[in-house]
Write a protein that binds this ligand. Structure first.
Ligand SMILES: O=C(O)CCC(=O)C(=O)O
Ligand SMILES: [Fe+2]
Length: 329
């Protein structure tokens, strides 16, 4: 029986357990990634303080007047840095070109905070994956807090990729050298309370799947939250468990696994009319992406000898570049 709801998995015994305990965690993760593409993890070691600091400085940024926020506006559609205002993007448009209403959130986004050597980071193949970050002048602490959080997310993503490797029957460290110069993005989304009724079809974030290897999301339990489309084609709420992260795999991981794992559609729905100020919601979203020169070629354990892989090999950087250009997300 396929999982139709998102499971909660404690990964602490992967970090400190025996080989058998690590394998047991990996097997649970494998089932979640095959069946629904989402899991909630407990037992990560990210401190509650850094999450609270992230929430505080990010909220202070979104509370600034629009002119201030616009000083760090995204410089061009294919540069995934900076501020994107309310209704400026529609993440559902790629799958549904009739989804013309803009999403009811605003966001601020950064890329890598520690650069690899210039010859690698600024080569032609690197494209804009190491474009400079646009740091707002206020709040002053944002840069330090966000940089520290980005680094923490990179470490947690490495642990998750090790779990993924075991789950896929590979050596635990299989992905390590493919993610040691990762081109991940950290994006904080602010979903304000809704003072007026949205236009038909307009929601907080339209139905989409993520692009990269995996996403690490700290959500908030507020009216108008995250839903995932399960294997029975029903929208189910993703559980918000205090202190836990929501993890999902992206399209690149599905491709890497030859669709053994699923990158599922998800969306953020509106709060009920009149829900009031308590429906303001903030998401800390870390989109993990492998090194730009990592070859995304069908994993050896995801295809049998007499079968052809479904996809041609492509580099992570080229795959993501074309996804950003298509959707301007
Ligand atoms: O805010 C959320 O809960 C999810 C946001 C999301 O799916 C995304 O940013 O890709
Ligand atoms: Fe998403």
């Amino acid at each position: 029986m396929k999982l139709l709801n998102v499971p909660v998995i404690d990964i602490s015994s992967f970090r400190s357990g025996t080989a058998a305990q690590k394998k047991a965690v990996a097997m649970q993760v494998d089932q979640a990634c095959r069946d629904i593409g989402f899991l909630v993890i407990d037992g990560h070691d990210i401190s509650p303080e850094i999450i609270a600091d992230m929430r505080k400085v990010s909220r202070a940024f979104f509370d600034l007047p629009l002119e201030e926020k616009a000083r760090v506006a995204r410089p061009a559609p294919d540069v995934t840095r900076g501020y994107i205002g309310m209704e400026e993007e529609s993440v559902g448009r790629l799958r549904d070109p009739t989804a013309t209403a803009g999403d009811l959130n605003e966001s601020l986004m950064i890329g890598p905070v520690d650069l690899p050597p210039a010859a690698y980071a600024f080569s032609e193949a690197a494209g804009k994956h190491f474009a400079p970050n646009l740091w707002p002048a206020s709040p002053e602490a944002l840069r330090t807090v966000w940089s520290a959080y980005y680094r923490e997310m990179g470490k947690l993503a490495q642990t998750l990729m090790r779990i993924f490797a075991l789950a896929l029957g590979l050596d635990e460290f299989y992905f390590d050298d493919k993610i040691d110069k990762h081109i991940s993005r950290l994006r904080i989304r602010n979903y304000p309370a809704q003072a007026s009724v949205p236009v038909p079809g307009q929601i907080r974030a339209g139905a989409h799947s993520d692009y990269g290897s995996l996403t690490i999301l700290a959500a908030e339990d507020r009216p108008g939250g995250l839903q995932v489309c399960n294997a029975a084609n029903e929208w189910v709420d993703v559980p918000i468990v205090p202190g836990c992260y929501i993890i999902n795999i992206g399209d690149l991981m599905a491709r890497w696994t030859n669709n053994t794992w699923v990158s599922t559609l998800h969306r953020v729905v509106n709060p009920p009319a009149g829900a009031g100020e308590s429906s303001r919601r903030q998401s800390l979203v870390f989109f993990h992406n492998p090194n730009y020169d990592a070859e995304i070629t069908c994993l050896p354990t995801c295809v049998s000898k007499d079968e052809m892989p479904r996809y041609l090999p492509i580099t992570s950087g080229e795959y993501l570049r074309s996804a950003f250009v298509t959707t301007q997300n």
